[in-house]
Design a protein around this ligand. Structure first.
Ligand code: NAG
Ligand code: NAG
Ligand code: NAG
Length: 274
């Protein structure tokens, strides 16, 4: 009797939390109420929760879900395509399901190592396994940049990011345009122009640069901006972040790349904690 009542109470307490999580991401496609419902124990309605927000609105998943239709920088048709196979399947008599995946290392939300644009750094071993986890984890600022420009020196200056701030996630027009949810790669995305990258390196203490499309560098300055950021091997670039529907401000960021020895990039899981 008592346990039943307690269970009911607990259940009724969880419901507002769930609807809150859904409401917090109105613009993320796929975040329908059905995606967030829990199984009631009946196998006919086994629906796993897919969440964007955890911990009663305190923890934000800022990683994009990897899907076959997500945009891809490397792919000629702009779409990632099949990345997951199931060579061992229970339906075919295997003891367990066991899949295999194959992804470009710069897929979706991902990190660049210095070896991405400096061949001699990669030869010397500056792969994603050498990235500093202290830079990838700690207090971070989420800022909105002006929507009518790429990130130039002038834009960087106008943001007035105080000295001492070491991790900044730049939210741009890319988020408004939902570019990461579009299949086709869009070269008109917003990113850093060379002078913006240079201004950041010379005038701030920023060591973690995060952005909301597949490259921190604008398409027109792809090479020069990356070179400016990566040359010192002190700055870590996290690209393809999902920054929808989160208030600008200070958070604790936590990003963990795969420990892929020899790789100049890796998919990364990033969260923000309020
Ligand atoms: C197990 O394999 C079947 C196909 O045989 C597939 O439909 C199912 O989704 C797999 N389960 C998991 C957990 O991967
Ligand atoms: C099961 O095996 C058959 C025959 O090899 C194959 O055609 C089919 O795709 C397999 N199914 C799964 C789910 O792996
Ligand atoms: C940013 O630069 C790209 C080229 O790299 C250009 O196509 C786009 O229009 C620019 N965006 C803005 C908002 O100026």
């Amino acid at each position: 009797m008592k346990t039943g009542l307690l269970l009911l109470l607990l259940l009724s307490l969880t419901i507002p939390t769930l609807s809150h999580a859904t409401a917090a991401y109105p613009s993320v496609p796929g975040t329908t109420p059905a995606d967030c419902s829990f199984s009631d124990g009946d196998t006919n309605t086994l629906i796993p929760p897919r969440r964007e927000v955890y911990g009663d609105g305190r923890i934000f998943d800022i990683t994009h879900r990897i899907t076959a239709t997500m945009p891809s920088y490397e792919s000629p048709d702009g779409v990632l395509g099949q990345f997951l196979w199931l060579p061992y399947s229970m339906k075919n008599g295997s003891l367990a399901n066991m899949s295999v995946f194959k992804l470009p290392t710069h897929t979706g939300t991902h990190v660049d190592s210095p070896g991405h644009f400096f061949d001699h750094y990669l030869d010397a071993g500056f792969d994603v396994d050498t990235l500093d986890l202290e830079v990838l984890n700690g207090p971070a600022l989420l800022v909105d940049v002006p929507r009518d420009k790429n990130i130039t020196a002038e834009v960087m200056k106008s943001l007035n990011i105080p000295k001492g701030v070491r991790r900044v996630l730049f939210r741009t027009l890319n988020t408004d345009r939902q570019l990461m949810f579009k299949n086709t790669f869009d070269p008109s995305y917003v990113g850093f122009m060379k002078d913006g990258a240079k201004w950041l390196v010379e005038n701030t203490d920023i060591k973690l640069v995060g952005i909301d499309y597949l490259s921190v560098a604008a398409f027109d300055d792809l090479l020069p901006s990356h070179l400016v950021f990566l040359e010192s091997r002190e700055i870590i670039l996290v690209e393809g972040l999902k920054l929808d529907d989160i208030q600008a401000g200070i958070y604790s960021v936590h990003c963990l790349p795969l420990r892929l020895q020899g790789a100049e990039g890796s998919p990364i899981r990033c969260i923000l904690i309020k």
